[in-house]
Design a protein around this ligand. Structure first.
Ligand code: AMP
Length: 223
């Protein structure tokens, strides 16, 4: 099964993606997380991508597209949930061509809708676990609130160290990321609409609902 997950930064797409991945045994491919791994590892790709990420700009397509398509190809047998890509119409077209060429079908488009002001608030409260990118933590949501240990907030799943992403605390970077997301001409919403015109089944959920409610809604629709 192959799924494309869309939603503005802060909509809970990563949290829901992790739940769906677990339930259906898929690879969870997050373009942003792949970049962060490269930056952490000090690779050449990471060094090229760093400044774009910090400012909330898109990393250029000549770096991003091959990186994501190579990762997808490795998950062909297992199936994947792709999160954070495509983020533009050009990336959507490149992805569609690659899927057709490799014989991979797209089964579902998951779209989490959320107003940008709410999304912004949510971005600023989320925390990253040093041990596992799929351990959701958010200071404002009881269901995924970090726990306190020795006066520090740590990951609620594994007790790992938590950090806030620099681009999540920078209002200009957030605003840029949302401008790109809500752009229906060439941005991410153009990519969403592009894939809505394919044979994949579209699942649209209201991102203001609770994490559990949303995941149940998604689970009921994905078989
Ligand atoms: P995310 O973790 O999805 O919020 O992504 C963090 C950052 O990584 C974005 O703000 C971009 O700078 C970069 N990035 C992630 N995915 C893409 C993509 N599909 N195209 C270009 N840049 C991306």
């Amino acid at each position: 099964m192959n799924i494309l997950a869309f939603g503005p930064n802060g909509s809970g797409k990563g949290t829901q993606g992790a739940i769906v991945k677990e339930k259906h045994g898929l690879d969870h491919i997050e373009s942003g997380a792949i970049f962060r791994e490269h930056i952490k590892g000090g690779t050449e790709l990471g060094m090229k991508a760093k400044a774009f990420i910090e400012s909330g700009d898109l990393v250029p397509d000549e770096i991003t597209i091959p990186m994501v398509l190579e990762t997808l190809a490795k998950s062909k047998e297992k199936g994947w949930l792709l999160d954070g890509f495509p983020r533009s119409l050009a990336q959507a077209e490149a992805l569609n061509t690659a899927l057709n060429e490799s014989g991979m079908a797209l089964d579902y488009i998951l779209e989490i809708e959320l107003d940008r002001d709410i999304a912004k608030e949510r971005i600023m409260g989320r925390r990253l676990c040093a041990n596992n990118n799929n351990h959701p933590n958010h200071i404002a949501f009881d269901a995924i609130k970090p726990v306190e240990k020795d006066g520090e907030l740590v990951c609620r799943v594994c007790g790992g160290e938590l950090s806030a992403r620099a681009d999540d605390q920078d209002e200009d970077a957030i605003s840029k990321r949302h401008d790109i997301y809500y752009d229906e001409t060439t941005g991410t919403m153009a990519a969403v609409n592009y894939f809505k015109n394919t044979d994949a089944e579209v699942i649209t959920v209201d991102g203001t609902k609770g994490i559990k409610e949303i995941s149940e809604e998604i689970m009921n629709k994905i078989s």
